[in-house]
Design a protein around this ligand. Sequence first.
Ligand code: SF4
Length: 376
Amino acid sequence: MAGLYIHIPFCKQACHYCDFHFSTSLKKKSELVNALCKEMVLRKEEIPGPLQTIYFGGGTPSLLDAEDLQQIFKTIDDHFEVVEAPEITLEANPDDLTEAKLKMLAASRINRLSIGVQSFFEEDLKLMNRAHNANEALRCLQFAKQYFDNISIDLIYGMPDMSDARWQENLDQALALGIPHISSYALTVEPNTALQKFIEKGVVKPVDDAVAQRHFEILLAKMEQAGFENYEFSNFGKPGYFSQNNTAYWTGKPYLGIGPSAHSFDGNTRSWNINNNPKYIKAIAADTLPIERETLSTIDKYNEYVMTGLRTIWGVSLEKIEKDFGLKFRTYVLQQAQKHIEEHLLFLDDDRIVVTKKGKFLSDGLASDLFILNLS
Ligand code: SF4
């Protein structure tokens, strides 16, 4: 089983906090869709089995029209084996989700929407420079629910000037709408973003870690009360609504990433495409792959497994560590975890090391304590 990720590198406008790869000029959209389809054909041998998940990420995949989607799905059907009921997700922005667009998407093979709501409040959306307003956020979800059952929304917490009460109201709004999956992230200040410059100039207040931690605690409590499982640090799903695509990433399944800046993983090697639309189109037109590759060492694989495992409810399996890396690694990880088990930040669940509720916000730091830097 494998996953296919397709990166759609276009956005209507640049959000102030974003460091993903995208262009705000849509002039090359058709050329790019042709290049995506050709890259899939050039790399089809890299997929080891039938596709279980297909994920349109971005950028803003909801900028694709019906013809673009038909062309992409035809290429998939002509060149890949797909399981009987694949999960097919499309990331969408509220301002694109008119009723006509939702009808078109529902008539395609997309069966899951991941909607970039971020906040239901105008002041937050303005600060982030989102292309939609609070009204559109609400309205698009009311419509989306008529056409899709499997819907996820993104919400951002820890924003400057976001009070605890406003964060709670955001969550209450999402819950009142009956959305079955929420991905929620703390606002982070990435280098070379508009947000970083505004903070440096004193136009926007700096992000406060203590506020982010408080908002995370509110999030955990509200989601638990509403019957959601926090199956990964930033992801909350009702039973039956966990993202199969993301779960496959976290459990180390192979995936092929198509499009500018897309990453791939085949079990041993990570690769990533050039993050420049014109150079990507030119390379693919010349039958070359604009890719860099890195083969993971045993230590890289162990550290990645510990890092992602500790962020999930499935934790880090001692049996898997022994099978994949050897007894020495199992002994080491148990030794390193001991102190945190005594502090009730980690616990042993049969053969698994899992973070406790108290340890959740610290999970990245806890993982780094279990890392191996060199084999000696
Ligand atoms: S819509 Fe998404 S990808 Fe595009 S700029 Fe905003 S956050 Fe980044």
